[in-house]
Design a binder for this molecule. Structure first.
Ligand SMILES: [Zn+2]
Length: 168
C-alpha cells in the first residue's frame, strides 16, 4: 500500500482545487477525484474546478491514516480483491488447526465471493466465535484422532480398547 500523505501539508483555511490538492500531496489528480467521488471527501462540485476546503481535506486524510493504522478486527479477514478487511459472508468461517497454537481461518468475502484466509491464534478463537460462527476442523494429522478400527476385526478392536484403557 502506498504511504498515505500527511495531513500536515494542507492548510486548514486554504481552499484547494483538485489540481492544487494533488500538487500539495504529491498525488495524481485522478486520485483526488476518486477520493471525492468514491471515498467521501467533501468538495464543492457546483463549478469546475471543484473546490476542496483545506479543513475537509485534513479531516479526510487524518481519518484515512487512522483507519489504516487501526488493527483489523479479529473476526475480519483481509480481501485482496476488495483491498479491505471483510466480515465473513453469512458471519461464518472455518477454522483449521495448523500448529498447537495457531490455525487458519477461512471464509468467503461477502462483497466479491473470494475465499479469504487468515492465520489466527488458537487463543483468539473464543473471541472470534463471539462475533461469528466458526466450524472447527482438525486437519493436522498429528492432532486428528486415530482412524476408526475395522468393525469386522474383533482382535483389533479389543487391542484398541485395551490400549485406550491403559492410556486412560
Ligand atoms: Zn472481496
Amino acid at each position: 500500500m502506498a504511504r498515505l500523505p500527511s495531513p500536515n501539508r494542507i492548510k486548514t483555511h486554504q481552499v484547494y482545487t483538485v489540481w492544487e490538492a494533488a500538487q500539495a500531496l504529491g498525488r495524481h489528480r485522478q486520485t483526488i477525484i476518486r477520493w471525492i467521488k468514491d471515498k467521501g471527501l467533501e468538495a464543492d462540485r457546483a463549478k469546475v474546478p471543484w473546490l476542496i476546503r483545506g479543513a475537509d481535506l485534513k479531516t479526510f486524510l487524518g481519518h484515512r491514516r487512522s483507519e489504516a493504522k487501526t488493527k483489523m478486527a479479529l473476526h475480519h479477514l483481509f480481501c485482496l480483491g476488495c483491498k479491505s478487511p471483510q466480515e465473513p459472508d453469512g458471519k461464518f468461517a472455518e477454522y483449521t488447526q495448523k500448529t498447537p497454537t495457531t490455525g487458519m481461518l477461512k471464509a468467503l468475502c461477502p462483497a466479491c465471493g473470494c475465499i479469504l484466509n487468515k492465520v489466527v491464534k488458537r487463543a483468539d478463537l473464543e473471541a472470534i466465535r463471539a462475533k461469528i460462527e466458526v466450524a472447527v476442523q482438525q486437519a493436522n494429522p498429528r492432532i486428528v484422532s486415530l482412524p476408526e478400527p475395522r468393525l469386522n476385526d474383533t482382535s483389533a478392536r479389543e487391542a484398541q480398547t485395551h490400549g485406550k484403557a491403559q492410556l486412560g
